[in-house]
Design a protein around this ligand. Sequence first.
Ligand code: GLC
Ligand code: CA
Length: 556
Amino acid sequence: MQKKWWHGKVAYQIYPKSFQDSNGDGIGDLRGIINRLDYLKELGIDIVWLSPIYCSPLADQGYDISDYYRIDPRFGTMEDMDELIAEAKKRDMYILMDLVVNHCSDEHAWFRKACEDPDGEYGKYFYIEDLKDGKLPCNWRSYFGGSVWEPLPGHPDKCYLHLFHKKQPDLNWENPKLREEVYKMINWWLDKGLAGFRIDAIINIKKALPWKDYPADREDGLCSVQHMLADAVGVGEFLGEMRDRTFEPHEAFTAGEVFNEKPGDLPNFIGDHGYFSTMFDFNETICGGSPKGWYDARPVTPDDYRRCCFESQRKIGDIGFLCNIIENHDEPRGVSRYLPAEGCHDAGKKLLATMNFMLKGLPFLYQGQEIGMENIPFHSIEEADDISTQDEYQVALAAGLSPEDALNAVARFSRDNARTPFQWTAGTHAGFTTGTPWLRVNPNYVRINLEAQRKNADSVYQFYRRLIALRKNTDYADTVVYGDLIPVWEDQKNLMAYYRRSAEKSLLVIGNFQNEAQRVTVPGGWKRILINNLPELETDGNAITLAGWQAVVLEA
Ligand code: GLC
Ligand code: CA
């Protein structure tokens, strides 16, 4: 693997709508982000990804773009964006935007023109088909529920494809003209000085054609899009072309949202001359999932968590660098998900942070993770904003769950959990806005907020700063960033441990995921403690007794 400038960095995702409001309208904005750049610098962040801020009806919170060349006025202006890029540069920081090009919004001019003249130039930017005897072209289920086909406005005899929401028509990547439009837009942003992109839902751009049904997998008679994706061949041609025409000439940094790449395809995606610089490791986030829906998912145990992390590490080997995440804007809060309820406290949160952060790869934090933000309680489905929460609630009801059970089931996975406003202070609306927040603030902000944690040397926030400092400490960086990862004691329940080894140094990372203490013996012993989430560590020669929820990084 070739070394890259970004390997030793730390990245952070901002969900702009919920980060910091600067003008009292209850919606986070670019000015709010600019005002918080020094905070991110203090934490130790280098690379910042902004979820979409382009013009959008916000049907899927900005992942439905109606104009790729303009900033949505709710988030600010193009001048704000230019200022953000410039201010980041001054601080040696890099800004990434979200590249959402599997689909656009049904309010995009291209789609409007396609509706006016489906047989014209813009009709070919989308997948538009005739209904044959009223029958849809195929039985795929959209990610947000219902058929992927929707009647084309103004043309009852035609329909268009949307793998996501009906307000997110899929762009037809088979059309070279569309691809040219996409590349032009990407280059326009990169020419502005943007460092790169996080690339949304990208595996979906290649459809298995011609349309065909797959066996239905639920009562609704539809089938998951996964079946089609498994059959789709040739996404690499699009991705390679996009890289050659845009990212590569600009030396842009790119992080792909890639699910379901084909076995053996990793080197093509993120090897030395891959389509992307890196991609996210979702192995933990998909663990326990069910084809039936959220209501049927099983909890992830600490041993599952360990297995998923190590599986990914073994799979990636020396091919490239994955991004390691605990959560993002599509997932519940990791501390509420991967820690059993009895472990969801400061020590447990620091333990999870240590286990994830010390893995090989690029640590990619999500806003609020650094202060240990948790899932939000749900009292009724009306409180949910997220469209997939609404859909999964209906799926759970249809499967026979009571309204109460259905609510509890979707509350565990709702994307709203991660989208509640950032908890800056213990003051009104957690210091997020002086107005009314667009989404309710988690009531635990009085207890969990940055202001309190900044002052407290033992806080989750200060602990993250220590982890980041270790990654950047010149004595250890080479081992933390490039050291081999060697799992140990994999059969010891509720214990996760691994070495990170380079030619110069050997680090041992150990975490105890239970209330009861656990003992391990370190062959060859160890020299010093680099990180400890508790004040003490009980040792006896080469034996170590980890207290409940204790995590340490030792120099071995
Ligand atoms: C990605 C985004 C998600 C969005 C979807 C459709 O998975 O992360 O938030 O709903 O793509 O754009
Ligand atoms: Ca605002």
